[in-house]
Design a protein around this ligand. Structure first.
Ligand code: SAH
Ligand code: DHB
Ligand code: MG
Length: 230
């Protein structure tokens, strides 16, 4: 086994240990993952530990309205919805109608359907509609859709979020591609553009942000946490 393979085994083992100690079996979430795989969805949902982190962030922030960009089978959606008060809402945006249908079933089975609204279509269009409709602003935004569009999603999130709101963006490190100016990966280049945007938005005092590298069952990646100025 190569050193890299050995590291990956340790990362998986540690994620397994964390899951066992701090998360445990969870019928709705486990079923959601199983149903998603059975339906042929790609296995790219956040890990259980990451899902719980999103859930805890939403609770720390006492979020009532959450916008999620990228639903897939609704795994992260369920974690977020469970953090909401009874009058809360997750608006989740998904391009693929077949994925959205699986997500709707998973969300229903998890008992949080009253808290979740799925909007099907290209997220850029849906975000522009939400801006146009002047929807009640969101307390938290989770960006987790097509990676090259992350900067454009972030710009729209700034228009849809409350002062002091929290923005989390997934998959920002892309195996180290984030720091590689010669990367030919569209996702990594998108995340570099995203960080350049964050840097400007930080310099102008609009946001304050950091990015954290992660390892685990999803490999080597990371997330950005940003707070919008009050
Ligand atoms: N947040 C989910 C994973 C999302 S995977 C979880 O952790 O459980 C990324 C999702 O973004 C996929 O379902 C993909 O279909 C969707 N997506 C890709 N391009 C999109 C676009 N332009 N608009 C909306 N959703 C998009
Ligand atoms: C991938 C991973 C993700 O977490 C995601 O949201 C989309 C794609 C991937 O590794 O391809
Ligand atoms: Mg992701």
């Amino acid at each position: 086994m190569s050193a890299t393979e050995a590291s990956k085994t340790v990362w998986d083992d540690v994620d397994g240990y964390i899951e066992e100690q701090l998360i445990g079996p969870d019928l709705a979430l486990d079923d959601a993952l199983r149903a998603s795989i059975e339906a042929g969805l790609p296995a790219i949902a956040v890990s259980p530990a990451q899902g719980k982190m999103l859930h805890l962030l939403a609770r720390i922030h006492r979020a009532r309205r959450i916008l999620e960009i990228g639903t897939l089978g609704g795994y992260s959606t369920i974690w977020l919805a469970r953090a909401l008060p009874p009058d809360g809402r997750v608006e989740t945006l998904e391009l693929d109608a077949a994925y959205a249908a699986i997500a709707a079933e998973n969300i229903e089975r998890a008992g949080v359907a009253d808290l979740v609204h799925i909007r099907v279509g290209p997220a850029l269009d849906t975000l522009d509609e939400l801006i146009e409709e002047r929807v009640e602003p969101f307390d938290m935004v989770f960006i987790d859709a097509d990676k090259p569009s992350t900067p454009e999603y972030f710009e729209r999130a700034l228009e849809l979020i409350v002062p002091g709101g929290v923005i989390v963006s997934d998959n920002v490190v892309r195996g180290g591609g984030l720091a590689d100016p010669d990367s030919d990966d569209a996702g990594a280049l998108g995340m570099r553009r995203f960080h350049e945007l964050l840097s400007r938005a930080s310099a102008s005092g609009r946001v304050d942000a950091t990015s954290i590298q992660t390892v685990g069952v999803k490999g080597y990646d990371g997330f950005t946490l940003a707070i919008v100025s009050p």
